[in-house]
Design a protein around this ligand. Sequence first.
Ligand code: PEP
Ligand code: MN
Length: 354
Amino acid sequence: MEKFNLKAKRPLIISGPCSAETEEQTLETCKRLAATGKIDVLRAGIWKPRTKPGSFEGVGIKGLAWLAKAREITGLPIAVEVATSKHVENALEFDVDILWIGARTTVNPFSVQDIADALRGTDKTILIKNPMHPDIDLWAGAVARLTNVGIDINNIGLIHRGFSHFGNSKFRNSPMWHLVVEMRNRFPDMPMICDPSHICGCSELLHEVSQQAADLRFDGLILESHICPSEALSDAAQQIVPEEMGELISSINWRADSVDSADYLKELDNNRQQIDQIDSELFYLLNQRMQVADKIGALKRDNNVAILQGGRWNNIVDKVVGSKKLNLSEPFIRTILEAIHLESISRQNEIMNK
Ligand code: PEP
Ligand code: MN
């Protein structure tokens, strides 16, 4: 098979079971996915890093033979997760086209270095999932460990699989899209692939998250599919059958980066000018607000009164949140007010202690 080119197709669609469980399940899933005509690469976990011991930990090296067979039958390249240098050796023996580093591995610089050392000299495609927790430097560090051993940067891609978070959320792993935007700013030419399966944790949300990734100009998707999701040995709730996967992929609208229409460009420019004007007024007002806060700080200092006055802040928040005139969500209002409050307190603190 010719060398896989990570940048040859956009969007790049990767799909396959969370885990290769049996030869039959692997081949059947891959054949049916290939039959949809919507899949570019087949994936499967062979070694599964599990949160709790005793869960299904993967079939190991024999699964590589099943995947290699699936590649032979379908003509599609194959991708597996590697977590140790031994996994890398095994994957390279089977000429696996794409090796990915999982979220539980990206968190550990020793493991990433071990994998990087084993990859030295390869021209395989390497995808790096974001670490479990929202730490962009750690993610970028993994990229650096690969390039430091001489891996061509054009053969490296990123996978956004969401971040673990505390508290309730409708997602298994919170997307925190803004962090991905930050990572893209650091590596603007590196393909960014979204993994809606691990973000959602359930099949119902897959479409919504996939479309959002398309709207944010991701370069592709990696999605899990199983011939009988309810019986899957790992990640049962988030997998869908191959035919449904074909429909899901077809339903995603990958919008154009831009269009060459004069009307569109004029209207866009007009709106952007308005936005720029409003932003400048917004910050002018914020600046004025801070100056008033500074005066209050001086007043409190001169009268030896504490910065925080019981109830006052809650009143401000309640008044804005309760306003019927604003078409703004409550979390948004609270975030903005909190940022203003923090800045205000820190300035008053400085004035008090001058
Ligand atoms: C997987 O892709 O099956 C997997 C284990 O993902 P993650 O590393 O994102 O948890
Ligand atoms: Mn999985």
